[in-house]
Design a protein around this ligand. Sequence first.
Ligand SMILES: [Zn+2]
Length: 53
Amino acid sequence: MRYRPEVTSMLLVGCPRCLIYVMLSKVEPKCPQCKSTVLLDFLDEETAKWAST
Ligand SMILES: [Zn+2]
């Protein structure tokens, strides 16, 4: 297994304060601009599963 977890476990989230989308590591989801941890999940795998059922 050669994959690097820090690269593969990325998450696309939206910051409600900055109104931007950012790619973040799941380990430390934090807005790079305002440092807020209150973020909206977008392409989360679990969310996608729930939405499709
Ligand atoms: Zn922000």
